[in-house]
Design a protein around this ligand. Structure first.
Ligand code: PLP
Length: 359
């Protein structure tokens, strides 16, 4: 068996130790005589899995007690609609526009009420975070939404923006668990699982409990946070296998030393890759240095005629899924928690060798 070094943006690499454990437990889950996929979500064995996963996530992220943690379906895209439906009730909503994913969140929210784009980096090709002084926040907005990490553009907020008393809502799909964050600064944090949490099909929502009491119009039951919180995310059948696997990832992260330890490794991985790119005349990263993502590193070759050769040779060297998103082209290395530092070292070595041969 050969496992490649996987730089996929999502669904993305999972820790090998987690996959091995899932394999070992697959046919007979902890003496139950069945796999975790085949058992009732309401039975004791799965309830224990569900509770442990939530407990470990709370510990990893230091989630205060007045927040609910929901394990849902429908992806981050489902939450693009759930957010206005649960929070706005026709009230105005503030959005910060920093690229493809905030754009999709905005488009969805516009179906449910007035959206105010309070800041945008569109004019500079989404290569930076709009200067805080230019934001036009409405103190009466239902919430402020932003995308801490734009997975396609590789643009990341260096810190948590201050939204005053208006609840801050963050799409953390591609940055959650990459470093410690102060959850108490947020009204809502949500993430599709398929990058730093687990397999696709699970969506995690962390919501401050007072926001569950907001007045709202009709909301589909599966997207109704208050209903899901009352039912421990089991109003309907939850994505049991994803929930289980996420639990294994949370255990693995705790074993690695938690999010402080991950932050140190992630920063080191990203810094060395950006440094290599910046020192080369052959590769280029288009993002302003203060807004560069730790998780998704896009880069372009000076001669895009070499893109195909680069990808073929990378694949042959065991470096997989480096093609940039179809909307922007070029390359992108996604270096989530499960991508080891040795894979980043191997990528840099390959890039240097390719440059030597083709520059
Ligand atoms: C930042 C961000 N938001 C939202 C999404 C959409 O997530 P989903 O496919 O889970 O709906 C993605 C997917 O890659 C993403 O990277």
């Amino acid at each position: 068996m050969t496992r490649v070094m996987n730089f996929s943006a999502g669904p993305a690499a999972l820790p090998q130790a987690v996959l091995e454990r899932a394999r070992d437990e697959l046919l007979d889950f902890r003496g139950s005589g069945m796999s975790v996929m085949e058992m009732s979500h309401r039975g004791k064995p799965f309830m224990a899995v569900a509770e442990k996963a939530e407990h470990d996530l709370r510990k990893l992220m230091n989630i205060p007690d007045d927040y609910s943690v929901l394990f849902l379906q429908g992806g981050a895209t489902g939450q693009f609609a759930a957010i206005p439906m649960n929070l706005a009730n026709g009230q105005g909503m503030d959005y910060i526009d920093t690229g493809a994913w905030s754009g999709k969140a905005i488009k969805e929210a516009q179906k449910y009420g007035p959206v105010n784009i309070v800041a945008s980096s569109q004019a500079s090709g989404y290569d930076s975070i709009p200067d805080r002084a230019s934001w036009n926040l409405d103190p009466n907005a239902a919430y402020v939404h932003y995308t801490p990490n734009e997975t396609i553009g590789g643009v990341e907020f260096p810190d948590v923006p201050d939204a005053g008393d208006v609840p801050l809502v963050a799409d953390m799909s591609s940055t959650i668990l990459s470093r410690p964050i102060d959850v108490s600064k947020f009204g809502v944090i949500y993430a599709g699982a398929q990058k730093n949490i687990g397999p696709a099909g699970l969506t995690v929502v962390i919501v401050r409990n007072d926001l569950l009491k907001r007045e709202k119009g009709p909301v589909p039951a599966v997207l109704d946070w208050a209903l899901q919180a009352e039912n421990d995310s089991m109003y309907n059948t939850p994505p049991t296998f994803g929930w289980y696997l996420a639990g294994l990832v949370f255990e693995w992260l705790l074993e690695q030393g938690g999010l402080e330890a991950m932050a140190e490794i992630n920063q080191r991985k990203a810094t060395k890759l950006y440094q290599y790119i910046d020192n080369s005349a052959f590769y280029r990263n288009p993002v302003e240095p203060s807004a560069r993502s730790w998780m998704n590193v896009p880069f372009i070759l000076a001669d895009d005629g070499l893109d195909g050769t680069f990808l073929n040779e990378a694949d042959a060297a065991g470096l997989s899924s480096l093609k940039g998103h179809r909307s922007v082209g070029g390359m992108r290395a996604s270096i989530y928690n499960a991508v080891p530092e040795s894979a980043v070292d191997a990528l840099i070595e390959f890039m240097a060798d390719f440059e030597n041969r083709h520059a």
